[in-house]
Each structure stands twice: as C-alpha cells, then as structure tokens.
Write a protein that binds this ligand. Structure first.
Ligand code: PLP
Length: 378
C-alpha cells in the first residue's frame, strides 16, 4: 500500500528533537521556528513531560469516557486556573477541527439556529462544519457546502452588521488569523462583534487553536483584545505533540447526557501530556518569555522594513517575503538549517516553542540579515 499523497513535503526527515532544535536522519541540526505548525509549545522532548508520560504509560494509557477519570478533572481545574477561565467548563477532544465542530454544535443546540458568521481567509479545520466555516473553496467538498455560513471581511464593521441577525447561531473568529498569514483582529472590531452577538442572541466562539496556549504572551490572544467569548477552542500547543484539544464553555451553557461525545478525547495519556504542558508553562514562566522574545523579534524584524510590516503578537509572527526573495523560506532551510512556517502566497510565519531563547532568536535574525543583504554582509 502507498500513502494517500496529500502533503507537500520538505526535503528532510526529523528523527530527534530537543528544545527548539530538531535533527534529521542525516544528522543535520535545525532550529525549529515552526514547531510542527504551532504544536510544540514547551519545546521538543521536554524532560518533565517525557517523564510524566512514561510514568502514566506504566499505569494506564486509555480508558473511554464511560468511567470516572480524575485526570480530566485535574486538567480542567489547572487549565481554568492558568487561563483565567476557572468558571468555564471543559470538553476534551483530539484536535482543533474537532474542538470547533463541537463548539458549532453547542452554539446550534443552545440557540436552536444554524447560521454561522465566519471571516474571509479564516481557517478552522477540515471536518464537516469546520471546513464549511473555513474560507477556502478548494478544500470544501460539495458535501460540506450545505451549511449556512456567511463570510465577512476581517475588521469590516459595516459588512458584519449586515450579516448578523436574529437567525445567527454563532460568530466564530480566530484569536489571530494564522493560516491567512497572521492577521490580528482590531480590539474595537472584536468588542463590536461581542456586543452585536449579545443583541442578537448569538454566541461568540473564539478559535484559539493556533493563537492560544500562551503563544501571544497571554494565555489566549483575545485576552489582549478585551472580550469574553461564550466558547473558546484549543488544541495544537495543548499537548506539545500529543494529540489533544479542548472546548472551554461558558457556565450558562448546560450539558445534558449524550449531548457531545468522543471515544479518545481526554484519555489518561492525553490528560497527563496536557497537565505537564501547563505545569511547564507556569514553572518556566513561558508566557512572559513568549512576550519578551516575541517583542524582541518583532522589533528587530520591523527594522528590516518588510513590505507589509511585521504582524502578530508574542511568538506568533508573520511578514510578507519581499518580491525579490521568493525563495527565502527554502534558503533559510537549506543554507542556515532554520525551519519556519509559511502562509500563501508568500508569508513567513514564526510559531516556535514558547521557550525560545534570545540566543536562538539571534541565530534566526543573523540568517535573515545575510539573506536580505548578501552583499553588505560579504
Ligand atoms: N483552527 C485554527 C485556527 C487552526 O490554525 C487549525 C490548524 O491549523 C485548526 C483550527 C485545525 O486544527 P487541527 O488540524 O488540529 O484539526
């Protein structure tokens, strides 16, 4: 059997990781500023997490949600404390798309409505509802196209006001648009959305799958923007590579038996992985580090005068690659052994571990100077 070939692969295979570094099968060492798509939050192979997982592996890997699992309660309590959402309730999933799918379903259950407002260039995942609210017709099959979704340009209040009405179940927005190339919603816009949701009886869902888990310097990006959503979705950095996602749900939304469900979500091993991530975020003060190193990177990159400026918050940073450097990302890999993320058409995205050090940031900045001004450097 062959693999079903849907991914464009970079020309190397990582076989080992430590902190912000990965090694390929030929022994080359790479600085990882991509984190496998914002997943590596506390650093590759963090000893504390590895140890916690090994200990749990020796006890119990998995049992389904038909039995009591105190690790889920411990995780909910800890996540509430670290995120500042201690009055919310937690539903555990396995991925970002599954978190969003359940958030949409909850909003629809609560309001009895179907219409969803999403934003142009948004990305929310690939399951039926999540892909329907994703603004990319190429990945939306006819099967997914019967959902009632309106796409509005980000930060366009007028367009938003003409879209929202008494039929709207929810508005879903990314804390920072990631796949679109790092676009931060204006706080005035987000606050306007929150007000309009209340007026129309719709729920506000914040997709913090990429922008959450401390990446911006606060636990969730929207905590910089002055709103309090009804539902918040997470995944990616939550397990530092172990698949786990979550839906944080306002206490006014009441569960009933069987309302939501999953076989694997909240397994023993997943909970231990997520608890270790939160412990490390707290103990190593990683949100502060994300803010400090992120600020430093933004300042240094801004001085390089990219055409569209430098966008983002904390360690979620994007900039448009200059037209005369179309191969910048590939050259950072091949010449400097530095891995970054990208976004179409030609944006570089930085989504490193929240533990990235200043020395590691400087390695990237020096490589950028060499790539952008090869003559001056020579
Ligand atoms: N939401 C956002 C904002 C994302 O960036 C992604 C993935 O990139 C998802 C949802 C989907 O997450 P997953 O791939 O874990 O389903």
């Amino acid at each position: 059997m062959n693999l079903f070939n849907v991914y464009s692969l970079l020309p190397f295979e990582p076989v080992k990781g430590e902190g912000s570094w990965i090694w390929d099968s030929a022994g080359n060492k790479y600085l990882d500023l991509y984190g496998g798509h914002a997943v590596i939050s506390i650093g590759h192979q963090h000893r504390y997490q590895v140890q916690a997982l090994k200990e749990q592996l020796d006890k119990l890997t998995f049992y389904s949600n038909s039995v009591q699992n105190h690790l889920q309660e411990k995780l909910a309590e800890k996540l509430g404390k670290v995120s500042g959402y201690d009055t919310y309730n937690l539903f555990l999933t396995n991925s970002g798309a599954e978190s969003n799918e359940n958030a949409l379903k909850l909003a629809s259950f609560v309001t009895g409505r179907k219409k969803i407002i999403s934003f142009k260039k948004s990305f929310h995942g690939r399951t039926s509802g999540a892909v329907a609210i994703t603004d990319n017709p190429k990945i939306n099959s006819p099967f997914n196209q019967d959902h009632e979704v309106v796409f509005v340009p980000l930060n366009d209040m007028e367009a938003f006001d003409s879209a929202i009405d008494s039929q709207t179940a929810a508005v879903i927005i990314e804390g920072i648009q990631g796949v679109a190339g790092i676009h931060v919603p204006k706080s005035s816009f987000l606050q306007h959305i929150e007000r309009k949701c209340k007026e129309n009886g719709a729920l506000l869902i914040l997709d913090e799958v990429q922008s959450g888990y401390g990446r911006t310097g606060k636990f969730f990006a929207h905590q910089f923007l002055g709103v309090q959503p009804d539902i918040i979705t997470t995944a990616k950095g939550m397990g530092n590579g172990f698949p786990i996602g979550g839906v944080l749900i306002h206490p006014d939304i009441k569960p009933w038996p069987g309302m939501l469900g999953t076989t694997f979500g909240g397994s023993h091993l997943a909970c231990v992985a997520a608890l270790a991530v939160l412990d490390v975020i707290e103990r190593q003060n990683l949100m502060l580090n994300a803010q400090t190193i992120g600020h430093y990177l933004m300042e240094q990159l801004t001085a390089m005068n990219f055409p569209g400026g430098v966008r983002g918050m904390g360690l979620m940073i994007g900039f448009d690659v200059p037209e005369d450097k179309p191969n910048l990302r590939n050259e950072l890999i091949s010449k400097h052994k530095i891995l970054t993320g990208e976004a179409k058409p030609n944006v570089i995205r930085l989504l490193p571990s929240l533990a990235l050090s200043k020395q590691e940031a400087d390695i990237f900045l020096q490589a950028m100077v060499q790539q952008l001004n090869p003559v001056a450097v020579a």
